[in-house]
Design a protein around this ligand. Structure first.
Ligand SMILES: Nc1ncnc2c1ncn2[C@@H]1O[C@H](COP(=O)(O)OP(=O)(O)OP(=O)(O)O)[C@@H](O)[C@H]1O
Ligand SMILES: [Mg+2]
Length: 492
């Protein structure tokens, strides 16, 4: 194991929380994990690196010398007195696979060595059979996150636009689809406002696992709705809901559509104006072209082990329509999961701030069910993955239930502040590094890892979607396509 330096004693320590060491190897980097082999193995992280030089430590001498026209670095061998010092925070001890808190400080003079990557892997809580997300910073170690630790509770993926959220989600989806059957596979359902996950259905390998549902194939079965569900979609008074409930109870047909229901209301003996208002309110839903006799896709078709189901919402223009779909299908999924009719699932919600925003309930009719799943889903293995570029607009109830936060680049100060408040385990140092992250670089904090980690998300195996192509790639592809079709035409 390579020695990196020697623990020094100064006013800060060493104590049980931190120590400084004099660096004798220039490979040491901020954020790197290191180890001290004492009675037990001490694991620490380099939080900062300082340079010191005693020739320059006293302001008055520096000024006096330089004033005399006698630069210090010409008069003295200053280079030889420049030292590097690393400030480290102690994360714990590691003994025979067990992590403990350090209760007695390391001694000055202890050697600090490069960390054994086998130890680091265990120390961070990685799992050989876990989800391979990428490589951690500064070490030759792949981040393989244990599936249960990631999905047992919920995950938030937060970052500004273009930082690599959807790429990361695709990597996670690949990992879930690639799992051996014997390890178990969840059902994956993606609420996809931009239709960017369709690419899985065009990929030669992943297409066999993928089902895409779009405007043509998504319908809400009117006969599956209770009066309270209509109450989510429309503003109904209590009296209206009561009457609607009676009408629904008395429907003779087993499967009926909006027209059937409205006709039944019109023929009923509900008093005016409740009757007209109720009938009028339900007629408004007809404008959405979303309601039908039967629900499509059926829930057990939507949620199958090892299947990626994409609800492509890109052709639903109105936000309200998208929210109705989100609300209806999340509710159904959660309900059927509670009854164990469908497998444990992961529900990915892209642009989550559109579906569960902070603010008034009326602003997003899908919010309450998403909050319910966030609060109770864990007990039923119903997991949420919320993806958002505007964390500050996301429901704080939901955000606080996400026990793992994966944060990529964020530069907006309000969003940074919000993340600092809502991500437990996100230290001040990590927060400060958020604006400087490059595309695809992420910080993982919370339940999924024993300690916060920084990683470079791996390349994807599946195809890129159209919207992810660079401007240049799109231009070249367009010209190629045009050239080919011209040649076709000529040869014809
Ligand atoms: N880890 C990575 N390795 C290589 N390329 C990446 C990585 N992460 C992201 N990219 C590329 O960066 C671009 C933006 O990524 P992505 O679409 O995932 O961003 P986003 O955070 O989802 O943005 P938006 O909020 O606009 O949806 C894409 O072209 C993607 O292929
Ligand atoms: Mg995206």
């Amino acid at each position: 194991m390579k020695t990196l330096g020697t623990v020094v004693s100064n006013e800060n320590g060493p104590n049980t929380l931190e120590f400084d060491f004099a660096i004798n190897d220039n490979s040491v980097r901020k954020g790197q994990f290191v180890q001290i082999n004492a009675d037990s193995t001490i694991i620490a992280r380099v939080d900062e690196i300082y340079k010191t030089n005693r020739y320059f430590s006293r302001v008055e001498s520096v000024i006096e010398y330089e004033r005399g026209g006698n630069p210090i670095n010409e008069a003295f061998p200053v280079d030889r007195w420049e030292y590097l010092v690393a400030n480290c925070s102690i994360l714990g001890t590691f003994n025979e696979g067990k992590i403990d808190r350090l209760t007695f400080p390391p001694s000055p003079g202890s050697k600090v060595v490069e960390i054994d990557e086998k130890i680091l892997e265990k120390f961070l809580g990685f799992d050989q059979k876990g989800l391979w997300l990428g490589k951690i910073f500064h070490h030759n170690l792949e981040a393989r996150i244990n599936l249960t630790r990631l999905l047992q509770k919920h995950v938030a993926i937060l970052a500004m636009s273009g930082a690599g959220k959807s790429h990361l989600v695709s990597v996670i989806i690949e990992e879930l689809l690639d799992r051996e059957n014997s390890l178990g596979k969840p059902a994956i359902i993606v609420l996809d406002p931009h239709g960017e996950y369709k690419k899985f259905s065009q990929d030669s390998f992943y297409r066999k696992y993928t089902k895409v549902f779009d405007k043509e194939s998504i319908k809400i079965g009117v006969s599956t709705l209770k009066a309270s569900n209509f109450g989510d979609f429309l503003e109904l008074s209590n009296a209206q809901k009561r009457e609607l409930n009676k009408v629904i109870q008395n429907m003779k047909k087993e499967n009926y559509d909006l027209d059937d229901l409205i006709a039944e209301i019109d023929a009923s003996d509900i008093k005016s104006p409740t009757k007209e208002n109720l009938s009028g309110a339900l007629s408004m839903l007809k404008a959405f072209d979303l309601f039908d006799k039967y629900t499509r896709p059926a829930i057990d078709f939507l949620a199958k082990p090892g299947q990626l189901s994409i609800l492509d919402l890109s052709d639903f223009i109105e936000l309200k329509e998208r929210q109705m779909i989100a609300s209806y299908f999340s509710r159904k999924l959660f309900f059927e999961r509670r009854n164990n009719h469908i497998p444990p699932f992961l529900l990915v919600i892209e642009e989550a701030h559109q579906f569960c925003p902070e603010g008034k309930k009326e602003e997003a009719l899908s919010r309450s069910i998403i909050e319910t799943i966030a609060r109770e889903g864990r007990k039923f293995h119903a997991s949420l993955m919320l993806v958002s570029q505007r964390p500050i607009r996301l429901s704080t109830t939901v955000l606080s239930q996400c026990n793992t936060h994966i944060v990529l680049r964020v530069t907006n100060p309000y969003d940074i502040e919000h993340i600092a408040k809502s991500s437990e385990g996100m230290s001040g140092d990590l927060i400060k590094s958020l604006p400087g992250l490059k595309t695809g670089e992420a910080i993982v904090v919370g339940e999924a890892v024993n300690f916060p980690i920084m990683l470079k998300v791996r390349e994807r195996k599946s195809r890129k979607s159209e919207i992810e192509k660079t401007f240049e790639e799109a231009m070249i592809e367009f010209s190629l396509k045009n050239k080919l079709s011209k040649e076709d035409l000529e040869s014809f």
